[in-house]
Design a binder for this molecule. Structure first.
Ligand code: ZN
Length: 259
């Protein structure tokens, strides 16, 4: 199976549409979509993003922002801007789309892959930001691979020894595709490392690795190839809609910079 792997759309319809166009055709270029959570929160298009996702054959996990929009989380730990965006998202989402978010699972296992928004240990909340946290998470899933989002940073953590220590591998998007030099990808052979791995495709709607382009991935579970991809989108258009919705300035600005 070929999977389109997406995460942290964060109500950014322009980025989501750009990624879908770049990913190619359903049934030709990929067969199914795995979405690792945070469909909503921060961005101006929560209903549109949920509705577009629902047109695709997909499995989606619950993220902390999806739960926040449902009122399931105590958002006092969120910063003021995030809280304001949560309140706006909650009152903007339709009953039907809230119902969709309510039904999302927090983990999923299929064949060699475990899926969670944050981590296998704390699926909704924990950030796997460094090799130490990754190492602590490997005992919490049984499969060879675990896919996560939440940090908005594309990365792979690989186990490197019997003690379960791990090292990070970040994509450098060195393979340029035929349609110009703004769109980048990097293909990783998951089998080559011959070890267990935790893999993050990065964020579609609010990247935080100093690269403002939308990030996503393609996974072929037969060839065991993982392809990191990066694609520019019309950030200005999203920022205009955010200003119209009176979403916090800091959230508008950060999209230009990828932090
Ligand atoms: Zn997120």
């Amino acid at each position: 199976m070929r999977y389109l792997i997406i995460s942290d759309i964060h109500a950014n319809l322009t980025a989501f549409e750009t990624v879908l166009a770049d990913a190619g055709q359903l049934g030709v270029d990929y067969d199914f979509v795995w979405c690792l959570g945070d469909v909503v929160g921060y961005g101006p298009d929560p209903n549109e993003c949920v509705e577009l996702l629902r047109t695709l054959p997909h499995l989606c996990l619950a993220g902390n922002h999806d739960w926040a929009a449902l009122g399931r989380l105590d958002i006092r730990t969120f910063n003021a801007d995030a809280r304001k965006a949560v309140d706006w998202t909650r009152k903007t989402l339709t009953e039907e789309n809230l119902g969709y978010l309510e039904a999302l699972p927090i983990t999923f296992v299929l064949e060699d892959f475990t899926l969670a928004h944050g981590s296998p240990r704390e699926p909704v909340w924990e950030y796997i930001l460094d090799p130490l946290i990754a190492s602590l998470n490997f005992p919490h899933f049984q499969t060879d691979f675990c896919l996560v989002g939440h940090t908005h940073t594309p990365i792979i953590f690989r186990v490197i020894n019997d003690k379960g220590e791990s090292e990070p591998v970040t994509p450098n998007y060195n393979e340029r595709t035929a349609i110009g030099n703004e769109r980048h990808r990097e293909i990783v052979q998951l089998k080559e490392a011959d070890t267990r791995q935790i893999i993050n495709p990065g964020s579609i709607g609010q990247p935080r690795d100093s690269d403002p382009r939308a990030a996503y991935a393609m996974l072929d579970t037969e060839l065991l190839t993982w392809e990191f991809r990066r694609i520019p989108y019309d950030i200005d258009a999203v920022q205009d809609r955010m200003r119209q919705a009176d979403l916090p300035d800091r959230l508008v600005t950060r999209l230009s910079h990828g932090w």
